[in-house]
Design a protein around this ligand. Structure first.
Ligand SMILES: Nc1ncnc2c1ncn2[C@@H]1O[C@H](COP(=O)(O)OP(=O)(O)OP(=O)(O)O)[C@@H](O)[C@H]1O
Ligand SMILES: O=c1ccn([C@@H]2O[C@H](COP(=O)(O)O)[C@@H](O)[C@H]2O)c(=O)[nH]1
Length: 249
């Protein structure tokens, strides 16, 4: 089985892994029983969803790296609910009566990152709605579900807010290719996408924001051993075939 599937299976608790095995209780002393203020605080500021019941996989990569394309494959393979942060923002932008429509439009056109409170709330609401839908399938039962969150977190503040307040992420799938290739793909996509940011000026701004704001997020999760990278040379050999057949380095 290719390594990427192992990583996903582990994130979905389908696979045995040793790192978080509960340790058998040892004889305790009064000192051992003391609780720290950090423990008390974290008990009162729990994320909305528990990662053991609701595994979340972030999907990151530059604009046009193929995140959305590969997510569609993973949905079929693993029964994920796929939430694209960009799609949720565009839906909110176009929702009649939205207080944030104009703000979101301006940020997207400029390739800037919308204030985190808006995006994190949209994601939390969408997750809650999916969990309450009564969906069936692998990983789905009352209070349980599995999510692929595409194009998020784009910035460190979002990553921390989501992990703390919504759900601790289990894995980051990182799709990477050259800027030249991404530009070519996005200009091609522009012929049909109707996206206001699929034009050369916006794309260049998105590349800059990606390097300055999103790469540090990938490094942050990488240091935690949570990143699985899929490189373009692997993707290119089978671009339309499920990630199932791909390997990672
Ligand atoms: N491996 C690939 N080889 C060639 N073209 C691809 C490949 N993957 C995706 N594409 C095409 O490139 C374009 C961008 O892909 P996609 O929308 O999946 O990227 P994305 O990373 O989700 O982009 P964005 O962040 O801008 O939403 C699409 O038109 C898609 O059909
Ligand atoms: O967390 C996010 C995700 C996206 N945005 C804005 O949306 C556009 C388009 O995102 P795609 O993932 O390419 O659909 C992005 O350039 C940002 O402006 C965001 O602000 N926060």
């Amino acid at each position: 089985m290719p390594a990427i599937i192992d990583k996903i299976a582990e994130a979905l608790h389908l696979k045995e892994h040793n790192s978080e095995e509960p340790k058998p209780a040892e004889d305790s002393t009064a000192a051992d029983d003391a609780i720290t203020s950090t423990e008390v605080e974290s008990a009162y500021h729990k994320p909305a969803f528990e990662s053991s019941k609701v595994p979340v996989i972030f999907v990151l990569g530059g604009p046009g790296a193929g995140k959305g394309t590969q997510c569609a494959n993973l949905v079929e393979d693993f029964d994920f609910c796929h939430l694209s942060a960009g799609d949720l923002l565009r839906a909110e932008q176009n929702r009649p009566g939205s207080a944030y429509g104009d703000l979101i439009r301006t940020y997207i056109k400029e390739g800037q990152i919308v204030p985190m409170e808006i995006t994190v709330k949209l994601l939390e609401n969408a997750m809650r709605a999916a969990l309450e839908e009564g969906r069936t399938g692998e990983g789905w039962q009352v209070g349980h579900g599995r999510f692929l969150i595409d194009g998020f977190p784009r910035k460190m503040d979002q990553a921390i807010m989501f992990d703390d307040a919504v759900c601790k992420s289990s894995l980051v799938l990182f799709f990477t290719t050259t800027e030249e290739e991404m530009l070519k793909r996005l200009l091609k996509r522009a012929e049909t996408s109707g996206r206001e940011d699929d034009n050369e000026a916006s794309i260049k701004k998105r590349f800059r924001v990606y390097k300055e704001e999103t790469m540090p997020v990938i490094e942050y999760y990488s240091k935690q051993g949570k990143v699985a990278t899929v490189r373009d040379k692997v993707l290119r050999s089978s671009p339309w075939i499920s990630t199932k057949v791909l390997s990672i380095d």
